[in-house]
Design a protein around this ligand. Structure first.
Ligand SMILES: Nc1ncnc2c1ncn2[C@@H]1O[C@H](COP(=O)(O)OP(=O)(O)OP(=O)(O)O)[C@@H](O)[C@H]1O
Ligand SMILES: [Mg+2]
Length: 222
């Protein structure tokens, strides 16, 4: 069953004096209930924009984003925020952890927005990403790989259906890349999540179930 569907999505950004750059052109894609999808494409091809459209952070100029058949925009701003908090976990290339919070507090942050008690799940995730000894540390005291493992735990703490990862290993050396990617795919599989992962790395793309490439604003099968 496809539970998130992008139908004929176009996205144009204004620039300069009344000019527009059309980043996505008539993109349609179905994201199944579980499994992994790779999106590749050259720099500036629109990968981050597409991920943000999938996650409801960027509203398309045209087309529809359907969740179980209903537009994610059907229930107003609050409905959109609720859907995002419940259903989507984001992982970014540069981790985006809050510097003044500890690892544990960072991981609990999305749950705090939902006013849910997720302490036991957060502790379980911390153990699964191997950060038990680091959970009271601030991000600046961690290595890049450790920060990204914290970000993976944070993305999972609300038990979202979809994980969106924007070059999650782009800042890591090969050994740490392997650890972080392995953890992400393993956790996603165990918890039955679907993962949409942006990557430049062909070897990483090959490990995903489905592969697409953005070329000239259009999404091609690979
Ligand atoms: N908010 C915005 N306003 C105007 N232009 C934008 C905006 N966001 C992105 N763009 C433009 O859209 C194009 C695609 O950007 P995007 O960040 O999606 O590319 P990308 O494929 O993720 O690139 P990279 O691999 O370098 O991260 C770029 O030309 C960028 O300048
Ligand atoms: Mg990008």
């Amino acid at each position: 069953m496809n539970f998130l569907e992008l139908k004929n999505i176009s996205k144009a950004f204004p620039f300069g004096h009344g000019q527009q750059i059309e980043v996505l052109k008539d993109v349609s894609v179905s994201i199944p209930l579980s499994g992994t999808i790779a999106i590749s494409g050259s720099s500036g091809s629109g990968k981050t924009t597409l991920l943000n459209v999938i996650g409801g952070l960027v509203q398309p100029s045209q087309g529809e984003v359907l969740w179980r058949g209903e537009s994610i925009y059907a229930n107003g701003r609050n409905g959109l925020s609720r859907w995002r908090a419940d259903s989507v976990g984001f992982i970014f290339q540069s981790y985006h952890l809050m510097p003044e919070l500890s690892v544990l507090e960072n991981i609990l942050l999305p749950a705090a927005f939902q006013r849910r008690d997720r302490l036991s799940l957060a502790l379980e995730l911390i153990e699964q990403v191997g950060l038990q000894q680091r959970m009271d540390h601030r991000p600046a005291e961690l290595s890049g790989g450790e920060q990204q493992r914290a970000a993976i735990a944070r993305a999972l703490v609300n038990d979202p259906a979809i994980i969106l990862a924007d070059e999650p290993t782009g800042n890591l050396d090969p050994a740490n890349s392997e650890v972080v990617l392995g953890l992400l795919l393993d956790l996603a599989r165990k918890r039955d999540k679907s993962v949409v992962l942006v990557t430049h790395d062909e070897a990483i793309a090959q490990r995903m179930d489905l592969r697409y490439r953005l070329v000239g604003g259009r999404l091609e099968d690979k």
